[in-house]
Ligand binder design. Structure first.
Ligand code: NAD
Length: 270
């Protein structure tokens, strides 16, 4: 029997893409939610993407009409944490793509992973996850002689900065170099900053227009520079990865997984 998937925040930019990806996957669509009070409550979810699904949109997970094996959630940190409580109580696996969590919220997610399978990633694209592995190896090989700077660009609606993906890239590099990202990250420079501290990992953020997501990690040395870039041109890259993660997660014991675990590459996240 196919596993049953629900999508939280189905009317969002990612929610619509997740719906399309789920409809074309091996999973059965079992439910879709929107923010409480949304005008879409009661509508067929397929209306959002020009399809008929037979699945009625609800505004609360408790109102879903069928059982669910896995929930995919790309909403907001507060909504995701509320959904997590529900999933723990109902023993529903969860794929979390939301970004911008506080340390306390991340700790709550890690605690919940003792009870249900959780797959959490700031970026579900296959390309970025491959790149995280490449970045770790590159940093380890280059060592301390190269300055690391991360530049990211996203659309004008994005509410957190730097992006979760940029932070994951910074973490991959910092881990490989034996540095604590919290201690070495520099999120902005202005005025008389003094010379660059070689331990620093710098972040620069661009916001504008409809940029889906672009990341470049620079390793700047003496007389040469390496630039490793990823450019997403469609949100479907994230959605199809998240749906693949959902199908994989259904067969896993409780635990805190990431997209690298799904793809079987890299090191397990801390
Ligand atoms: P969006 O604002 O277009 O969509 C979020 C949706 O969540 C909205 O439709 C909103 O109404 C809905 N929502 C909020 N609270 C809700 C609730 N309680 N119940 C149900 N729905 C609720 O934003 P977006 O661009 O789709 O991004 C959503 C999140 O996903 C952001 O945190 C973003 O950074 C992240 N994101 C992650 C990846 C990844 O690969 N991990 C890729 C793209 C975006």
């Amino acid at each position: 029997m196919s596993q049953r998937v629900a999508i939280a925040g189905v009317s969002g930019r990612m929610g619509r893409q997740l719906l399309t990806a789920a409809m074309h996957s091996e999973l059965d669509l079992a439910g879709c939610t929107v923010r409480p009070g949304d005008a879409l409550v009661g509508a067929d979810a397929g209306q959002l993407v020009g399809l008929t699904t037979g699945v009625e949109i609800v505004d609360d997970l408790a109102a879903l009409s069928s059982d669910v094996d896995v929930l995919i959630d790309f909403t907001s940190p507060e909504a995701t944490l509320r959904h997590l409580d529900y999933c723990v109580k109902q023993k529903i696996a969860m794929v979390i793509g939301t970004t911008g969590f506080s340390e306390a919220q991340l700790a709550a997610m890690k605690a919940a992973a003792a009870r249900i399978p959780l797959c959490v990633a700031a970026n579900f694209s296959i390309g970025v996850n491959l790149l995280l592995d490449v970045l770790s190896r590159t940093a380890r090989l280059l060592g301390d002689g190269f300055d690391v700077e991360i530049v990211e660009a996203h659309h004008r609606h994005k509410v957190d900065a730097p992006s979760g993906t940029a932070l994951a890239m910074g973490q991959a590099v910092a881990g490989a170099l034996g540095r604590d990202l919290k201690a070495v990250a520099n999120y902005g420079r202005e005025g008389h900053t003094g010379a660059r501290d070689p331990q620093t990992i710098g972040f620069s953020t661009i916001r504008g227009g409809d940029i889906v997501g672009e990341h470049t990690v620079l390793f700047a040395g003496d007389g040469e520079r390496i630039e490793i870039s990823h450019k997403a041109s469609s949100r479907m890259a994230f959605a199809s990865g998240a749906v693949r993660a959902a199908a994989w997660l259904c067969g896993q014991p409780p635990g805190y997984y990431d997209m690298q675990d799904v793809l079987g590459i890299g090191e397990t996240s801390p």
